[in-house]
Design a protein around this ligand. Structure first.
Ligand code: SF4
Ligand code: MG
Length: 333
């Protein structure tokens, strides 16, 4: 069937004093109902900017979308009227950000802020809205919701505050949630709990979920498929287990090798050399070439296209693609 959301050949530019920054450079991805897509990349890879384009947060200058489509159930949101778009963004597609403390109003109770969704969007009374707020807090497993509904954001722990953000996103029963580094600010154990909750709710409501993260370890257990971004492009896509088993892009391999693993305690961790590029001066050819241990002359000259990857047995698993001139060597080498 039709994916819930499909991004096609998306380009996003920012005009700054230093020139035009090409933050997103021809990105394609899609997510269906009940599916979780992880979008992985370092800061500046374009993963958040893509999400912001979907949410319409950069419709204003200096951000510009010179090319591309953002299809919600087959309809291009970029061609919709403002009214049509508002019915989708925030309602059908909700977003969760990293920093709950700055997203919540410090002088209003959590219950009031949750209830506001229902008062504003569904015209519920204060009493009914409060009741709905308690229900939502229950759904995201905040203990003693009835007692805590009148508490202020600072009275909650970081993990509980992030649950409040998830509750807010769930309020209007969206089809799709986009979570941008939802657990980055939390302790490791709390990270796993919040991630498990998201995955559980996603299954319960059969929603699509886009998880944006710089941390491959965090999404391993919850994602169905992964898109790895580098310098505004997708450099590898794969079902999550395929990507872990055999990355087909040297950048992905570097990310995997830099994750601490229990079974290899004491081993020195690999670090990808160098830094992500400045997007006003993206390196020629493959943007990863200055950091790539496999780079050849062709890498400096030609931009590699994202193409299906063939395994040794000649099979190209669905959804498996790499933007590298030497994907097979990376898999098997
Ligand atoms: Fe490395 Fe070349 Fe592949 Fe880029 S195209 S990732 S530089 S081997
Ligand atoms: Mg970001």
């Amino acid at each position: 069937g039709l994916p819930l959301l499909e991004v096609r050949d998306l380009h996003v530019e920012f005009t700054t004093r230093d020139g035009v920054t090409k933050a997103v450079n021809g990105v394609n991805y899609s997510v269906g109902a009940g599916e979780t897509l992880a979008v992985l990349g370092e800061s500046g890879s374009g993963k958040s900017v893509t999400a912001q384009a979907i949410m319409g947060i950069l419709d204003m200058p200096p951000g510009k979308i010179p090319q591309g489509e953002i299809l919600y159930r087959g309809q291009d949101m970029l061609k919709m009227s403002g009214e049509e778009r508002r019915k989708i963004r925030g309602r059908k597609i909700a977003m969760i950000f990293q920093d709950a403390l700055s997203a919540l109003n410090p002088v209003l109770t959590v219950g009031f802020q949750l209830g506001e969704m229902f008062r504003v969007h569904q015209g519920l009374s204060k009493r009914e809205a409060r009741h709905k707020a308690v229900e939502l807090m229950d759904r995201v497993r905040i203990p003693a919701a009835e007692e805590r509904v009148g508490d202020y954001p600072h009275q909650f722990s970081g993990g509980m505050r992030q649950r409040v953000m998830i509750a807010m996103a769930l309020a209007l029963e969206p089809d799709l949630i986009i979570a941008d580094e939802p657990t980055t600010a939390l302790d490791v154990t709390v990270q796993a709990q919040v991630m498990d909750l998201l995955a559980e709710l996603q299954r319960e409501y059969d929603m699509g979920l886009i998880l944006i993260t710089h941390d491959l370890g965090v999404v391993a257990d919850v994602a169905d498929k992964i898109a790895v971004m580098y310098a505004g492009r997708i450099v590898e896509t794969a079902p999550v287990h395929e990507l872990y088993r055999s990355p087909a892009h040297p950048y992905t391999r570097g990310l995997l090798d830099s994750i601490p693993r229990l079974d290899q305690k004491g081993r020195e961790l690999y670090a990808i050399k160098g830094l992500p590029p400045n997007l006003t001066r993206v390196p020629s050819g493959c943007a990863f070439h200055p950091r790539c241990p496999r780079a050849q002359d062709i890498c400096r000259a030609d931009v590699p296209v994202l193409l299906p990857v063939t395994e040794r047995d000649g099979v190209a698993p669905a959804g498996r693609a790499s933007a590298c001139h030497f994907p097979e060597e990376t898999i098997h080498g």
